[in-house]
Ligand binder design. Structure first.
Ligand code: PMP
Length: 360
């Protein structure tokens, strides 16, 4: 039996994708071997990677003057690569701090000798807010403006795209990648780990405007150098082939289920139902300001934390797993990424109502 898996990542994957992967695991495209066993230089895999990129371009509407890179090292690797690729040592960059992942990106930029200007710091609200448009000014001399559209731990999501003027906007989309339509042209760099919305762990996808490929420091390690990776079609070394293959299957699944417009509508509706259930109860609460509530990660607390353990045991018995909140926040967190079905969210809402009725 498949459970409804609310893990924050690695996370639930679409069943049709898993079934396809299972069906072709031992004999992939008539090759007599699995994709796991073929050379990354082989014809079959080259076609597979090219198809994943073409499908990403079609699904996300990536313009021709942007390069798509398939990278290892997760989003964390890019926390280091971004300063290396976009600033000289001692250069300035602007960051918005809306949670623990923004804070990690900032910390890493400082380690890479960037003079970081934090234009908005939501630590004061315990990371329950995003800065209002117009509440900060991006310095024209900043090499880039970095922000985290969706903070996975706090469950905080920007309702709009920050205005950066001519300063390249860099966005860590790890936990909201392709969860709704986006206008790639507004960004200099889009990146994120794939293990929430786009596949298994081990792969980061980066979309970068071509003119930004000329800014790397001369001493950037080749593996972190976007220009080198672009010139080698992301195959400077052996890429995570299975993750790229699964990414391709997931992108086709997004396309086949109506693309990003339909995905955005489904995600909006799932989140709205769950927040309505939380708000309609005196037993459950979510701390995030309504305009900045995440459609992907929904943290909530029980009125009596002594009931947390019982809530989790009962949920597990009902086939609802991985609902324990992040250790730094406590309570619960339901991650409802693209692959979370309506049935999964409805089952959670029903379970919450039952638990409140019988235990509150
Ligand atoms: N940014 C965000 C928003 C994340 O949620 C995560 C992982 N949970 C990361 C960065 C770090 O990603 P990775 O583990 O792929 O390095």
């Amino acid at each position: 039996m498949r459970v409804h898996n609310f893990s924050a990542g690695p996370a639930q994957l679409p069943l049709p994708v898993l079934e396809q992967a299972a069906s072709e695991l031992t004999d992939w495209r008539g090759s007599g071997m699995s994709v796991l066993e073929d050379s990354h230089r082989a014809k079959n895999f080259a076609a597979c990677a090219a198809d994943a990129e073409a499908t990403l371009r079609a699904v996300a509407g990536v313009p021709d003057n942007y390069r798509v890179l398939f990278l290892s090292g997760g989003a964390t690797g890019q926390f280091s690569a971004i300063p290396f690729n976009l600033t000289a040592a001692g250069g300035r960059a602007a960051y918005l701090n809306t949670g623990q992942w923004s804070a990690k990106a900032i910390e890493e930029a400082r380690r890479q000798h960037v003079e970081v200007e934090v234009l908005a710091d939501e630590a004061a609200s315990s990371y329950t807010t995003t800065p209002a448009p117009g509440s900060y000014t991006v310095p024209a001399e900043a090499a880039y403006l970095h922000y985290t559209p969706n903070e996975t731990i706090g469950g905080v999501e920007f309702p709009d795209v920050p205005e950066a003027g001519d300063v390249p906007l860099v966005a860590d989309f790890s936990s909201s990648y392709l969860s709704r339509p986006l206008d790639v042209r507004r960004y200099g760099v889009i990146y994120g780990g794939c293990q929430k919305n786009l596949g298994p762990a081990g792969l980061a996808v980066l979309i970068v405007r071509e003119d930004l490929l000329d800014r790397a420091r001369p001493d950037v390690p080749a593996i972190w150098d976007w220009k080198v990776m672009a010139a080698t079609d992301s195959m400077l070394n052996t890429p995570p082939t299975f993750s790229i293959y699964l990414l391709g299957l997931i992108l086709h699944w997004i396309q086949d289920t109506g693309g990003l417009v339909a995905m955005g509508e489904r995600n909006e509706a799932k989140a709205a139902r769950l927040y309505a259930a939380i708000d309609g109860s005196d037993f459950y609460a979510n701390p995030v300001e309504p305009r900045s509530r995440s459609r992907m990660n929904v943290p909530f607390t029980l009125a009596d934390p002594a009931l947390d353990a019982d809530f989790l045991v009962g949920a597990h018995e009902a086939g609802l797993t991985n609902l324990k909140g992040h250790r730094s926040v406590g309570g619960m967190r339901a991650s409802i990424y693209n692959a979370m079905s309506d049935e999964g969210v409805n089952a959670l809402i029903d379970y919450m109502a039952d638990f409140e009725r019988t235990r509150a």
